[in-house]
Design a protein around this ligand. Structure first.
Ligand SMILES: O=c1ccn([C@@H]2O[C@H](COP(=O)(O)O)[C@@H](O)[C@H]2O)c(=O)[nH]1
Length: 292
């Protein structure tokens, strides 16, 4: 039987940008946030937290990013809670980026892709963050599965944490990217992959993670290369709590800002359950002003 090819992640992301703008709300049930929200330090507390964030996001933003680690810490019950949060986000029509930062050699990566992209998987998400430090080639299986299942992948290139620069500015010594920085080589590989596999699309389905706290020139990343059609989506954490301001997104990401997912977690979540809707509305306004 012939199954119709699903709409690509890039197409769905473009629709989410058009309908709701570029803000993505992170779901990060930190220990202190569970306390502040009056929730239990348990999978049940993390479930309640996630469901309330999903409820507040529905109709306000198009994209959410649950941080898997905050569910994983509660073991199997935490994963069960995450499954329910993902199901509720799907029902609400939100685009879900699972921030799990998976990475491994090809055959093992296939299992991760089955977990996060499988149509029958309870952990099914729209996109997954992955680590390329076993080589960009190690991503071949999840890249292929993403394409066939209409999913997206965000490859870590230049992360927002201050200690990352030492490794990510290092020079690649071999192969077609010899002489580039590690971050620049990942960005170039993603741009090339989109050009080859998503050539007919406005937005490719394979993106990069570039922290909003980094200097893309210093990191050796060509934002023009990422913005060339089909543009690579840029998942940009680091706004709010880590210091970057949404109003600066164009200065920070240059040509890639038009395809950026402006991501914030603690700065919004710290408003508490009662103030969450207002905090999201305020952040949506700030982000949309930056794009005027
Ligand atoms: O480079 C990266 C990659 C991922 N993250 C994740 O994003 C959120 C940021 O949370 P804030 O509270 O808005 O700082 C968190 O889940 C990180 O693990 C990142 O910060 N930087």
């Amino acid at each position: 039987m012939n199954h119709p090819r699903p709409e690509s992640f890039g197409a769905r992301l473009g629709a989410a940008f058009d309908a709701h703008g570029h803000l993505c709300v992170g779901i990060d049930p930190h220990e202190y946030l569970l306390s502040d929200w009056g929730l239990a330090q348990s999978a049940t507390g993390a479930l309640e937290f996630g469901l309330r964030v999903v409820e507040a996001c529905a109709g306000r933003v198009g994209i959410i990013k649950p941080q898997v680690a905050f569910y994983e810490r509660f073991g199997s019950l935490g994963f069960r809670a995450l499954e329910d949060v993902l199901a509720s986000a799907r029902d609400a029509g939100l685009l879900v980026i699972a921030d799990a930062k998976r990475g491994d050699l090809g055959s093992t990566f296939e299992a991760y892709a089955a977990a996060w992209f499988g149509a029958d998987s309870p952990l099914e998400a729209d996109a997954l963050t992955v680590a390329p430090y076993m080589g960009f080639g190690s991503l071949a299986a999840p890249l292929a599965q993403a394409k066939s299942r209409g999913k997206g992948i965000f490859v870590l290139a230049a992360t927002s944490n201050p200690e990352a620069g030492e490794l990510q500015t290092a020079t690649v010594s071999r192969g077609s990217q010899a002489g580039s920085s590690v971050a620049g080589s990942i960005a170039a590989a993603v741009a090339a992959y989109n050009a080859e596999h998503y050539e007919a699309e406005r937005l490719g389905s394979i993106g990069v993670v570039i922290g909003a706290t980094v200097d893309v020139d210093e990191l050796g990343i060509s934002v023009e290369g990422l913005a060339a059609s089909p543009a690579a989506p840029v998942l940009a954490p680091g706004f709010g709590f880590q210091g970057a301001e949404a109003g600066d997104v164009r200065r920070i990401l240059g040509a890639s800002a038009d395809h950026a997912i402006v991501t914030a977690s603690r700065s919004i979540l710290s408003a508490g359950p009662g103030g969450l809707g207002t905090a999201i509305d305020k952040q949506v306004r700030q982000v949309s002003e930056a794009y005027e």
